[in-house]
Design a protein around this ligand. Sequence first.
Ligand code: KIV
Length: 263
Amino acid sequence: MGNKLTISSIQKRKGIDPIVMITAYDALFANLFASEADILLVGDSLNMSFAGNSDTISATLEQMIYHTNAVCNGAPKSFVVCDMPFGTYLNKEEALKNAIKVFQQTPADCVKIEGGANKADIVKHLTDNGIAVCGHIGLLPQSVRSEGGYKVKGKTEQEKQQLLEDAKAIEAAGAFCMVIEGTKAEVATQIAKSVSIPVIGIGAGSGVDGQVLVFSDMLGFFEEFTPKFVKKYLDGASLVKDAVAQYAKEVKSRAFPKEEHTY
Ligand code: KIV
């Protein structure tokens, strides 16, 4: 990886060169991803993937700050996004106070906020005060409990119009890019065409300006289920289990450690 990307270099890629984003929660994996990923997202999905909870709701700002620092330590030249967790941006003042904490306590390049037109005033308040914001529209994981599950968006004309309005409101409020999650591909494509900032999709088809995946899904570490939009690039779970089984076998048979592992 050469020099760190900037907001303007990311924006120049829109419609030209798809942006590669992947989640990272620790220094080790961040370092492994850094050479290929344009952006590392310290997503609040870490509350599920890393901490084993059933949704993202209980992630705290302190946890996000801790993991963002770990990721930045492992990938000091990567552009890093820190997710603002549930309940930390309920109004403009709270949002700014908490985003300032992220900026003062980590080297994150921007924060990410879930929501559309209803969060535009918050996005504007942050960007007016020097905090770069990545929006997040479509399926919003932080709304999973109020919506009674993860529901694909853009299926009706009304949802489509709402999403277009959300995207334009977030752009007008000063977000430099946005994630669109769990949305019908044709709607996501239309949204990408209707705003001038990059739109990075997850479960939103190929007509957007980049893609993001949760690393534990795409590397096959998470075995419970694989959402339709995930492609597994590695069978991580099998590789790890096989290696640990081999280690256990060798410990029990005293085949490990050998002379070369011994002082
Ligand atoms: O928390 C996360 O990992 C995210 C992605 C699903 C975009 O927000």
